[in-house]
Design a protein around this ligand. Structure first.
Ligand code: FAD
Length: 343
């Protein structure tokens, strides 16, 4: 049988390591609800599809990452680099990583996609269909992607992978506009995916979608940004931008799952069918009418047994909901709070 190698990467820093570094890192990763095992100067952090082991000495720090795919390996390495930039910048700036494919121009989670169609699906939503060679890689490891639009009138400069394993993003006049979207459907056989875009005033992506012609090529980065929640019981709340994610999560839920969902839209004409288990209730609310979405969230009493709490909407609402549920004692490993947009 052929030996299948698990993608891995490692890095070693040699130099003074501050006391309490492992504890400091642990407090940050626990904030994100990631499961950790700590024993003395060793810390193991488990992501959905990867694992990070950190071992600190007085004069060295070793980091090893293993992952299910090259994409999750790259994304986990970027998270670790980002964290070390924050907690131990003098180390992260000089840490080289094994296994970085220097022959690769773009990071593993960067892909090209070309528009094959745009159609209206409701009063304020457009469905965009994209051809992409990387559908297999996009099908697991997150429900979302970032659409990367070059500045108008400029030849695109796409993200690159440097020898230190970091993604370098074009900046200044070449900076890309990045907006996250949720896959509606991924068709591996056809090499095609779709996403639903909520049109709103001032949106660069809205303007792009209204004008784009079939064949236009853009960059995308993904998959990422949160996966299907686990658990027998769900509480979900969101606005228009969360509808595609809520729809996918409900459609993929086992028949036995129970729960409650609140969705707020500005226009009732954007309400849509949400195929789901019989024991999940969906309540649509209209923005500007009372009780508003936050009041509905706060009025909900979660059953004593474990419920996964999922909230995605405008940043201030998500923060208020997160504070509310944290005070109610919801475990960090049983929730997803994500600011899908900011005012
Ligand atoms: C993980 C994730 C998944 C997402 N999935 C989807 C999805 O499937 N479909 C979808 O439509 N959106 C989705 N979003 C939200 C989307 O990324 C943001 O709304 C994003 O700002 C849109 O970019 P833009 O180029 O249209 O506007 P931007 O250029 O980012 O913003 C321009 C202006 O529009 C305002 N704005 C941004 N979003 C909204 C809004 N929803 N309502 C009113 N004003 C707004 C901003 O405050 C700003 O003033 C998702 C976000 C995340 C993080």
């Amino acid at each position: 049988m052929p030996h299948i190698q698990t993608p891995s990467t490692a890095s070693r820093y040699e130099g003074d390591v501050p006391d309490g570094l492992i504890e400091h890192i642990r407090s940050h990763v626990e904030e994100f609800g990631l499961p950790v095992d700590a024993s003395g100067a060793r810390l193991t952090v488990r992501y959905a599809d990867s694992e990070v082991a950190l071992q600190a000495g007085r004069a060295s720090l070793d980091v090893t990452i293993t992952a299910g795919t090259e994409i999750s390996l790259h994304k986990t390495r970027e998270s670790v680099i980002y964290l070390l930039d924050h907690v131990f910048p003098q180390a992260s700036a000089s840490m080289a990583w094994s296994g970085v494919d220097t022959g690769r121009r773009h990071p593993p989670n960067f892909h090209f996609a070309s528009v094959s169609g745009v159609r209206r699906v409701s009063a304020n939503f457009m469905r965009i269909e994209m051809d992409c060679d990387a559908i297999a890689a996009l099908s697991s490891g997150g429900m979302h992607f970032s659409l990367l639009l070059p500045p108008k009138g400029h030849a695109p400069v796409w993200p690159a992978l440097n020898a230190m394993g970091r993604t370098t993003w074009p900046d200044g006049d070449d900076a890309l506009h990045r907006a996250a979207y949720t896959f509606v459907d991924l068709d591996e056989a056809a090499g095609r995916f779709t996403f639903d875009l909520f049109e709103h005033d001032g949106g660069r992506t809205t303007q792009w979608a209204r004008a784009v012609k079939p064949g236009a090529v853009v960059g995308i980065a993904g998959p990422g940004g949160g996966d299907f929640p686990q658990g027998d019981r769900l509480f979900m709340a969101g606005d228009e931008t969360a509808i595609p994610a809520i729809r996918r999560i409900l459609a993929a839920s086992p028949d036995t799952r129970q729960g409650t969902v609140f969705i707020e839209t500005g226009d009732p004409a954007d309400r849509c069918d949400l195929p789901r288990p019989a024991s999940i209730d969906v309540h649509w609310t209209e923005r500007g009418t009372e009780p508003d979405l936050l009041t509905r969230i706060k009025e909900t009493t979660l059953p004593a047994d474990e419920t996964f709490v999922w909230v995605a909407a405008e940043q201030s609402l998500v923060r208020a909901a997160r504070d509310h549920f944290r005070k109610s004692g919801v475990a960090r490993t049983s929730c997803y709070f994500s600011a899908y947009w900011t005012r």
